[in-house]
Design a binder for this molecule. Structure first.
Ligand code: ING
Length: 313
């Protein structure tokens, strides 16, 4: 048994006017509750420190950069790092990262129980668009404000296991899980900010989005025999609804814990990392079953190429 008690710290809405300091106070309240539950690790959402600012069209770079962190930890987040270290609790959370050489990433870090940053991930799959789109009910400008991650999908040894991270839209792409699965990942933690409705006037509503949220994470967990922990920033941010549905999924693809609200909510579950072993040594024993000679198109071709029409047809 390699038991890790995981606390999912779903965050309710963060309004545009809310300060990082106010958000960190909410995060620490959840951490206090997690400590009461004996948590070894607490998982916070994507872009945890601010509202989901890619919904706003901005042109002034100083305004854009005001949503980013150029240091981590920094004045606003040091109380979080300090409390976690005092509790001997590992933490992971997402934020907008501005690097010293001026690059902008949608980033998540993993901080181990000693308080050192043991893992960093920069979001690879950026959804949305880069220019103002008047055909949308609201904007989703991640391609405008972030560049694709440059770290790949790393995994790292911590808490006695093999952990990895991804962020939000990454969870919709099977390649995300498989790359980490090929590195032996036992727990993937991810945060998300998912609008409850489709901005492109499709009929897709919050129930569809919650269905897809479960579907992709359950598939990723099962097909790579890994735990998956998905954590929402939820609720209505300045009139813009985001889904909740934070959850913990076991290596067999079963949901073992799920949030019920769209507010700050803690769900806790003790996960045995050794429950990954069965799937990794039978159905998904990759070395025995995969046929990579038939998969090359997955990395050599980006988009769809359909077969030619038959001559004369
Ligand atoms: N948000 C959304 C997500 O992937 C989205 C964007 C929603 C894409 C629904 C496709 C369908 O959950 C972020 N931040 O990636």
């Amino acid at each position: 048994m390699k038991n890790i008690t995981v606390a999912v710290a779903q965050m309710g809405p963060i309004q545009k006017a809310e300060t990082r300091e106010q958000v960190v106070k909410r995060m620490i309240k959840l951490m206090d509750d997690a400590k009461q539950c004996g948590a070894d690790l607490i998982v916070y959402p994507e872009l945890t420190l601010t509202t989901f600012f890619p919904r706003y069209f901005m042109e002034d770079q100083a305004e854009i950069d005001s949503w980013f962190e150029s240091e981590m930890p920094n004045a606003a987040t040091i109380p979080l790092f300090t409390k976690a270290k005092f509790y001997g609790m590992a933490i992971t959370f997402g934020y907008a990262e501005l690097t010293s050489d001026g690059k902008h990433f949608n980033t998540s870090i993993f901080v181990d129980k000693s308080g050192s940053i043991t893992g960093k991930y920069r979001k690879v799959h950026l959804p949305g668009h880069s220019e103002y789109d008047s055909n949308r009910d609201f904007q989703h400008l991640e391609k405008r404000y972030f560049q694709p991650g440059d770290l790949g999908f790393p995994v790292y040894r911590t808490l006695g296991g093999i952990f990895g991270m991804c962020i939000c839209n990454d969870r919709r792409w099977p390649e995300t899980y498989r790359v980490m699965g090929l590195k032996g990942v036992e727990m993937i933690t991810l945060g998300y900010n998912t609008p409850s409705f489709n901005s492109q006037k499709s009929a897709e509503g919050s129930e569809d989005r919650l269905f897809h949220n479960r579907l992709v994470q359950q598939a990723g967990a099962y097909q790579n025999s890994t735990w998956v922990v998905g954590v929402a920033k939820a609720g209505i941010e300045d009139g813009h609804p985001l889904i909740g549905g934070s959850l913990i999924i076991d290596p067999g693809g079963k949901i073992v814990a799920e949030a019920k609200t769209e507010e700050d909510e803690l769900i806790v579950h003790t996960c045995d990392l050794d429950s990954c072993i069965f799937g990794k040594t039978t159905v998904f024993d990759f070395s025995r079953h995969r046929r990579i000679e038939d998969y090359s198109i997955i990395t050599s071709q980006t988009g769809v190429v359909v077969p030619k029409e038959k001559d004369g047809s």
